[in-house]
Design a protein around this ligand. Structure first.
Ligand SMILES: CC(C)(COP(=O)(O)OP(=O)(O)OC[C@H]1O[C@@H](n2cnc3c(N)ncnc32)[C@H](O)[C@@H]1OP(=O)(O)O)[C@@H](O)C(=O)NCCC(=O)NCCS
Length: 181
């Protein structure tokens, strides 16, 4: 947990009492999130969120992932989720992804959350490399990665199918030695 660093937000692992807030955040942002993230269609109820939180808890415990809620410090409301997935402490790497609920975009929350989870990745988990995959059309995500210090590493063409369309995936990576102070 990174609750003591000041700023607009803090991160903490989700627990089952967050399921209603998580469902509400996904539901209110569904059409925008669905464009970018494959899992959105599978979240149809608060129960689905509870299940996601349970599985995140298990993956966090096993250090196979680090999934944390992004909470606004002032209201303590859930603004989004930051995650390191496909994490391997042995191989020293993980994939970063982030989303922010519709009404809270454009306030710098994603960059702030990214900085915090990257610090945890490199300084606490001891990872050497964090990578991200984004669609070339996702200009906001590209801007965030640039602000976090990630480097562009190339583009995988027609890498995956997202909501019925084949999409390219830009590869971005950040090494421990490149972490911005
Ligand atoms: C991408 C996303 C996380 C951004 O969240 P956010 O809290 O609005 O991001 P921030 O406010 O921290 O920063 C956004 C930056 O992108 C810029 N930006 C936003 N939309 C943009 C666009 N269409 N073109 C170019 N830049 C854009 C903003 O100006 C800001 O940069 P600045 O601070 O230099 O002005 C949010 O839109 C989201 O949840 N999208 C859906 C999920 C997703 O695409 N996740 C990324 C996968 S890693």
């Amino acid at each position: 947990m990174t609750a003591d660093e000041g700023g607009k937000i803090f991160l903490r692992p989700l627990d089952e009492s967050d399921a209603a807030a998580l469902f509400e955040a996904v539901a209110s942002s569904r059409s925008r999130l669905k464009r970018r993230m494959a899992w959105v269609g599978s979240i149809r109820s608060e129960g689905d969120c509870r299940e996601f939180i349970r599985s995140s808890f298990a993956r966090n415990r096993d250090r196979a992932a680090l999934v944390e809620g992004i909470f606004e410090r002032r209201t303590r409301n859930l603004a989004g989720v930051a995650a390191l997935t496909r994490m391997s402490v042995a191989d020293g790497r993980a994939k970063m992804s982030l989303w922010i609920r519709q009404e809270r975009v454009g306030m710098g929350l994603a960059v702030d959350a990214g900085r915090r989870i990257l610090k945890t990745a490199f300084l606490k988990e001891g990872l050497q490399r964090v990578y991200a995959r984004i669609e070339p059309s996702n200009r906001a995500a590209r801007r965030i990665l640039q602000k976090l210090g990630f480097n562009y590493e190339g583009c995988l063409r027609r890498e995956k199918k997202l909501n019925g369309r084949w999409v390219d995936q830009e590869c971005w990576g950040l090494l421990k030695s490149e972490l911005k102070k």
